[in-house]
Design a protein around this ligand. Structure first.
Ligand SMILES: Cc1cc2nc3c(=O)[nH]c(=O)nc-3n(C[C@H](O)[C@H](O)[C@H](O)COP(=O)(O)OP(=O)(O)OC[C@H]3O[C@@H](n4cnc5c(N)ncnc54)[C@H](O)[C@@H]3O)c2cc1C
Length: 459
């Protein structure tokens, strides 16, 4: 019997119900075949970084969730939340019940700097801070000491800009976002006055985008400072600038910032270029950070930051490294330790020696690495699904095309269905409406489970 027909639907398990997993489900449903999609997520809440990464004060971005809701509303879609693949269920067990598996479990850890003092208290990964203020259950045990006058953010991507903005905004500015009440009350007592957003290379090479950097210049109680000397370009950077619309937009914003005068606002954001972190110093906790001053060398488009003999020391008790997210291996799946992705050819998972793994596919950040915006995952997942569907005639049908047994076994683990998630969603929105916020997030899994099943002891 052919897979993908009403008599024998194609059965696909999705590992990670983040944006890339939801776009993969969408592409499968749009294929015209009969497909059953079961999406597993280790959290009781779907949509990955849309909830736990995208900044709480960027609510317009969060509206993409309505699109994912429509995908999840498909009659052949099921959500299995609070189930960790590789721990609660192995890939081998999934293979018993699904003809194909799509890995879309993202890149959840951070890259390190590899410098002395990096793990002193006071020096953290931006991943932790972002997860904490966004109510991700993994990070709710973290505490951040904001009693210092200066904070340093290492890296100049949009995540670094998010962290900078959250530290710089007033409580009033944040009060209509969906930042957790817990984070808000910590930020309310923040003593931070100077926030340094620091990059290794120059203004033309910065990874942030215009809208994000521009927003830093529009905050209520905060000045933004750019040293005009940092905007003097070498020949190669001039050429790069002339060839990149993105760099031109960023440069125009930075130039305007560099012409501003301090207005006496209580906070200042300093956008600083040409600095490589060398070491973090502190007796028991971070007290200062030493930077090497760089110059750029090389051809336009591939200029490298090269250390000069000059050093800079900044006193700072709060340091965030924001130099990229990093994927981790999933038990039973191949993994490329260097690139920190699942090796693949257009979404077909390959062993490390390049052999295709039958029935196993990959999409999103764990396929291509942690780059691109939400929409980038749409095309990426379409490519993976096309690769999968091109093999429909040769896929080995699973031995037990039914998930009843699996579901029964998982029920003991407080598995969360899509309807259960909607109860959490409704509860959060209702709690948020009481304080003028889009939602007040539940921060702990046990609280989420209590909302779903209020009378159960184990919750
Ligand atoms: C801080 C931050 C801010 C961002 N802001 C924006 C923005 O403003 N605009 C924009 O367009 N893009 C933004 N992005 C990028 C966007 O979030 C990503 O492109 C997108 O989330 C990647 O989707 P993904 O599905 O590959 O991974 P993820 O979103 O990480 O989803 C992976 C899912 O897999 C689940 N999972 C992990 N391991 C397992 C397992 N073993 N078993 C089951 N489930 C598992 C996770 O719980 C998660 O739900 C931001 C990213 C970050 C980090």
């Amino acid at each position: 019997m052919s897979l993908g027909t009403p008599e024998r639907p194609l059965r696909v398990a999705i590992v990670g119900a983040g944006p890339s997993g939801m776009y993969a489900a969408d592409a499968l449903f749009k294929s015209g075949l009969t497909v059953i999609v079961d999406a597993f997520d280790r959290l009781p809440t779907p949509y990955g970084l849309l909830r736990g990464g995208v900044a709480p004060d960027h609510q317009r971005m969060k509206s993409v969730g309505a699109y994912y809701d429509r995908v999840a509303g498909h009659e052949k879609f099921s959500f299995f939340g609070n189930v960790t693949i590789g721990q609660d269920v192995s890939l081998d067990e999934l293979r018993q019940h699904y003809d194909a598996i799509i890995l879309s479990y993202g890149a959840e850890t951070d890259r390190s700097l590899g410098i002395e003092g990096e793990y002193l208290p006071g020096s953290y990964a931006a991943t932790e801070f972002v997860g904490w203020y966004n109510g991700h259950p993994d990070y709710q045990g973290r505490t951040f000491d904001l009693s210092h006058k200066a904070a340093v953010i290492i890296g100049q991507g949009n995540v670094a800009v998010d962290v900078t903005r959250i530290l710089a905004k007033t409580i009033h500015e944040l009060s209509t976002s969906d930042i957790t009440e817990n984070a808000l009350s910590t930020l309310e007592h923040s003593k931070i006055e100077d926030i340094y957003l620091i990059g290794r290379r120059g203004p033309v090479q910065a990874a942030f985008t215009q809208l994000e950097i521009e927003e830093l210049g529009k905050l209520d109680d905060c000045d933004v400072v750019v040293n005009p000397d940092d905007l003097i370009l070498n020949e190669a950077s001039e050429l790069e600038l002339s060839q990149s619309a993105k760099a031109q937009k960023n440069y125009a914003v930075l130039k305007e910032f560099s012409e501003r005068k301090l207005t006496g606002n209580p906070k200042r954001i300093h956008v600083v270029f040409f600095r490589t972190p060398m070491s973090i110093y502190g007796k028991d906790k971070a007290e200062s950070i030493t930077f090497g001053v760089n110059r750029l060398e090389g051809d336009a488009g591939s200029q490298k930051a090269v250390l000069t003999d000059e050093r800079d020391v900044l006193s700072a008790g709060l340091i965030f490294r924001s130099v990229g997210y990093r994927g981790c291996p999933l038990p039973g799946a191949p993994f490329d330790d260097k690139k920190c992705i699942v090796p693949n050819d257009k979404g077909q998972v390959l062993t490390t020696d390049g052999t295709p793994v039958s029935g196993l596919f990959v999409t999103g950040w764990i396929k291509r690495g942690p780059s691109g915006v939400l929409g980038t995952n749409k095309g990426d997942s379409a490519e993976t699904v096309a690769t999968l569907l091109a093999q429909i005639l040769t896929l080995t049908p699973c031995p037990t095309p039914d998930s009843t047994m699996l579901r029964k076994r998982l029920e003991k683990l407080s598995i969360v269905s899509f309807d259960d998630w909607k109860k959490i969603d409704d509860h959060e929105k209702q709690q948020g409406s009481l304080v003028g916020k889009p939602r007040e997030k539940l921060r702990f899994v046990h609280d989420m489970l209590s909302v779903i099943r209020p009378n159960q002891e184990d919750t």
